[in-house]
Design a protein around this ligand. Sequence first.
Ligand code: 5AD
Ligand code: FES
Length: 350
Amino acid sequence: MIQDLIYKLAQSHSLSLEEYERLITERSEESAGLLRRLAVQERVRIYGYDVYIRGLIEISNICKNDCYYCGIRRSNTHCERYRLNPEQIISCTDEGYNLGFRTFVLQGGEDSYFTDEILCGLISRIKHNHSDCAITLSLGERSRTSYERLKQSGADRYLLRHETADKTHYSQLHPSSMSFENRINCLQTLRELHYQVGAGFMVGSPFQTNKTLAEDLKFIETFKPEMCGIGPFIPHKDTPFRDYKPGTLELTCYLLSIIRLIHPAVLLPATTALGTIDPLGREKGILSGANVVMPNLSPVDVRKKYELYDNKICTGEESAQCKSCLESRMNAIGYKIAVTKGDIIINESK
Ligand code: 5AD
Ligand code: FES
């Protein structure tokens, strides 16, 4: 019985690969309901009804990589490129601080302008201005030395989705210049350097199967990232994957609940992609066990250009609007935005 699998997962935080696959393949509205209730119960036990906010600053859409799914891939000549300079980034963080943000996520393509020197200067300035804030980087694959320097300058967290835990699937999503091994090595290095690490994957990406998803869940179980970003794949019109179907709200929420039960204290965002495929996607994500949202803090004139997928939301709003929009959305479902760094709670009693 699938119910027994769900109780086993809630108790032991672990299933075999075959069991994860069955949990996905044999899912029903009933199993989704049970998973959701148990996931919310765990999330409430550890984090209550607090939702953590992360101010997302999209610092550059220039990227040397050519991932087949991504709208800012190198080969997309229709993408209008931009990068923010350090002054612009600093003013985003100052504005964000005044709005109540205590975590800033600097996200961007793999843009060679952002050398260690530039980034270290930037990170130490932000930390100097706002010593009570956490800095999260999401800047792709870099060398160990680079990750080390960034950490020394004050970076606290690093988001690097593994994208898929299946090597063959990885090679179907990326050109041969990118390797699964390097991805996993980067995550391992970040862990060794004592970053709080975020992994994650898209739901419904081309060639994904319930078996590869089971491998993703096993990876999350064993690597135990502090954060896990998952959202539906959404095709972008100027990529090789333009004609593939998007991932679903239903499966994304189902997986959010499973991940909450695998790793009860994990920081789990209800992503912008989830809000893009359904007008109430982020609310539904929170009600499935997520506990983080990431309002956009980027300057309005670049938001449309940081288009990883079609129809991305929040591209016309000012930062203050985005924050208050999410605040009222969370309040409407009985949750409240927490004005804290929102670190993972590790010593929760089981
Ligand atoms: N649809 C959904 N998510 C995407 N990402 C990149 N392209 C897409 C897309 N078309 C995700 C990747 C990446 C993160 C920053 O955005 O998982 O790691
Ligand atoms: Fe950005 Fe609603 S969260 S506009």
